[in-house]
Design a protein around this ligand. Structure first.
Ligand code: BGC
Length: 715
């Protein structure tokens, strides 16, 4: 039975549901299944399950996750107690675009079931029902955008027999098993004190991240201490809060007078700096920044001789960590934090090189499947919840996530089931494109274009047509992988017609493409609409006239560096990633960025901060160049047939590069250095990796390849 408490929301503190139960025998094993319209924190016999915001975010109108825990070690023979604190989370807390709360509903409900197997073969079941008791926690309120308020003066000792019983609630939504990594504490950061005067303590955690701060505190009973969070400092050294928009991002503590330990449970902030107010006469110790993220294995490594490139790599990794919380979000700080499909699409390859996000993306793809509109439009963000999702659905670059993510997923994780599951949705999406095209020229209204590009106005029609072709191409490839030659051929034909329409309409004489920007050349080359020979001159011009600075937005940026290598201008690609003048990745690093910014011009020395209406300092999208660091600098080329071909784009612009990647078949380590006109390449791979190399177009001095090790010298 699903249960709730018999109270109006917000009239009391966040509830705790209790159940005492007896296990009269020796325990063999115990399992807890739990789900909620809201988010839970679970304790069994006082021991907490250290996971956050479970059961995660889904479109609660479609389904909700049911999480299973092995709780054998938490149970005991004799009297047991389970306590579940239930907060708003995504279900009923403030969500997206500064909207109000209760987007999906206003009654938080809980389902839990403990199944115990005893050593004598008997079993016992304890599930939520009206016998569960409901009390109040010391958490007055908590929301992702606004923060958590904890009242340590509230009594936590309680007599269950005096508490009211839970109420039954009617929940009809389907439950689906939670089969993914949890959200958990992944790192701890220690702050530097920047300022400690007039009752204000300003801390710098040296890293922009998503999570919260925790500390021990002792002060006068009833005193209120406030913690505010910000990503960046203003020129005068004070924290900048404006870009959080309506997210209050403030935690509050009401002190008990004794020793209190502050550690929020149901909120997170995107921040690097924290200010604690009202600390005069208050003792604060053991201050830590707790990083929250999906608990993924970050197996990828990259390092080279250039500190700017290393910083870009690390910033993107921190961007990933900060935004992989239940789903891939755009940003962790302002009143948005939505699962934008375009952002996920551009960054997924980088994320998959960095970490094992196999299951993480399976979950996200299922959320996309659940929210596809009847006409085949893919929402621009999922889980879906407001009319904005409808009005911006089907947008090129966002909608294509349903093709790009499964295809990349296969290259990295080689699971055909994921392709089978997603292909029908990719086809629906393609049919929508088709229905909106004339003679294979996409007429889909493209609202976003090369989002946030600076300087040049990118050509939306060209981008739209490129995505139309890319979707056809990827669908054809996915059918081919599944052995469906007929459909592979059909989509290949579509692709050819789309390409033809592109060339007829957008490829001008002498290889100029409509829009004439870095993005249109890089993208049309990547998707195979044009040849290197055709566009090389104009592509190079688009880089030269900007003095190797960027004009690409979210969309173009992932294709840029690989395409520059493809036209044979490898040194130029390195010049661009090392660039420190505005606009470039390096410029943001020079301004102290520890994560990838939403905008190239988030802050410039000349103009200060961009509009606070949309200026996140922790958006991974422009960090999609990380894929290039693995696939081109290290040269780890994945392929549909599973062979991993090492083919680095070598350049004397750096003196060494090294890194690692854990493929589906094992680990690969690549290292190369440049010394006196020669590159020395060293590769090792686990024995099951289907390894090969390609040093074509290089002046090879020697190559040895045996035992899955490559040693080569090239000039
Ligand atoms: C988000 C982006 C998103 C974009 C689409 C922004 O508000 O932060 O990351 O892709 O909107 O328009």
């Amino acid at each position: 039975m699903w249960i709730t408490r018999d109270l109006e929301r917000t009239t009391k503190n966040i509830p705790i549901f209790y159940k005492e139960f007896e296990i009269g025998k020796q325990i063999e094993s115990g399992e807890l299944k739990i789900s909620a319209l809201g988010i839970v924190n679970v304790k069994i016999n006082g021991q907490e399950i250290e996971e956050y915001f479970m059961p995660g975010w889904t479109n609660y109108n479609k389904y909700v996750h049911l999480v299973t825990y092995d709780v054998t070690s938490l149970l005991k023979e004799g009297n047991n107690i389970i306590e579940v604190t239930l907060a708003d989370g995504w279900y009923s807390g403030r969500l997206g675009y500064g909207r109000g709360d209760c987007v999906y509903g206003d009654v938080n409900c809980l389902f839990a079931e403990i199944s115990v197997k005893c050593k004598d073969g008997e079993s016992l079941n304890v599930a939520t029902d009206k016998s569960w008791k409901v009390g109040e926690s010391n958490i007055v309120k908590s929301s992702f955008f606004d923060g958590e308020t904890v009242d340590f003066t509230a009594t936590t000792e309680r007599n269950l027999s005096l508490l009211p019983n839970a109420k039954e609630c009617n929940v009809e939504v389907e439950t689906k098993p939670y089969e993914y990594e949890p959200i958990a504490e992944t790192d701890v950061l220690f702050p530097e004190i920047l300022y400690n005067q007039n009752g204000v303590l300003r801390l710098d955690f040296k890293q922009n991240f998503a999570g919260f701060i925790t500390f021990n505190i002792k002060g006068k009973k009833g005193e209120e201490v406030i913690i505010k969070h910000s990503e960046i400092l203003s020129d005068d050294g004070t924290p900048y809060y404006d870009n959080l928009r309506s997210a209050v991002s403030t935690d509050k503590i009401i002190l008990s007078g004794g020793n209190d330990v502050f550690k929020p449970k149901f909120t997170f902030h995107g921040f690097r700096y924290a200010e604690i107010y009202n600390v005069e006469g208050v003792e604060i110790t053991d201050v830590k920044g707790i990083v929250l993220s999906q608990k993924l294995n970050y197996h990828g490594k990259f390092e080279c001789s250039n500190p700017i490139i290393n910083a870009v790599y690390n910033n993107a990794k921190w961007g990933q960590k900060s935004n992989f919380i239940s789903i891939p979000t755009d940003c962790p700080q302002r009143d948005e934090r939505l699962g934008w499909t375009g952002d996920a699409q551009v960054f997924c390859n980088s994320a998959m090189f960095n970490s094992d996000c196999n299951r993480f993306f399976v979950n996200y793809l299922r959320l996309i499947q659940a929210d596809i509109l009847p006409d085949g439009k893919i929402p621009s963000f999922v889980p879906f919840f407001i009319p904005v999702s409808v009005s911006t659905a089907g947008v090129p670059g966002w909608a294509d996530s349903v093709c790009v993510i499964p295809y990349n997923h296969y290259l990295h994780y080689r699971n055909k089931e994921v392709l089978k599951e997603n292909l029908p949705f990719a086809v629906k999406h393609f049919n929508y494109y088709l229905s909106k095209s004339e003679n294979y020229l996409s007429k889909v209204k493209n609202a976003f274009g090369d989002w946030l590009s600076v300087k040049e106005a990118e050509d939306k029609d060209v981008i739209s047509q490129c995505f139309f072709g890319l979707s056809a191409q990827l669908i054809s490839k996915m059918f081919k992988i599944l052995g469906d030659e007929e459909n592979a051929g059909k989509y290949c034909e579509y692709y050819n017609k789309i390409k033809h329409a592109f060339r007829e309409n957008y490829l001008y004489k002498y290889g100029k493409i409509k829009g004439d920007s870095q993005t249109v050349y890089a993208f049309s080359l990547t998707v195979g609409f044009v040849t290197v020979e055709e566009i090389k001159t104009h592509f190079i011009e688009s880089l030269e006239r900007e003095d190797y600075k960027l004009t690409t937005g979210f969309i173009g940026v992932q294709y840029l560096l690989p395409a520059i290598c493809e036209i044979g201008e490898v040194d130029t690609a390195y010049k661009i990633i090392k660039q420190t003048e505005y606009p470039s990745w390096g410029y943001t690093v020079m301004q102290g960025a520890t994560t990838i910014w939403e905008r190239w011009n988030g802050y410039t020395k000349e103009h200060g901060f961009e509009t606070p209406n949309m200026n996140s300092f922790n958006h991974y999208s422009l960090g999609s160049c990380v894929g290039w660091l693995y696939s081109h600098v290290l040269g780890i080329k994945l392929s549909e047939d599973g062979e991993i071909c090492i083919s680095p784009s070598l350049s004397a612009e750096i003196s060494y590069a090294k890194g690692e990647y854990l493929s589906a078949k094992g680990k690969i380590s690549v290292e190369w250095k440049y010394e006196e006109g020669r590159f020395y390449i060293d590769v090792t791979a686990d024995k099951d990796v289907n390894l090969n190399y390609n040093f074509n177009n290089m002046d090879v001095v020697s190559v040895q390849f045996n035992d899955n090790k490559i040693k080569a010298i090239v000039k």
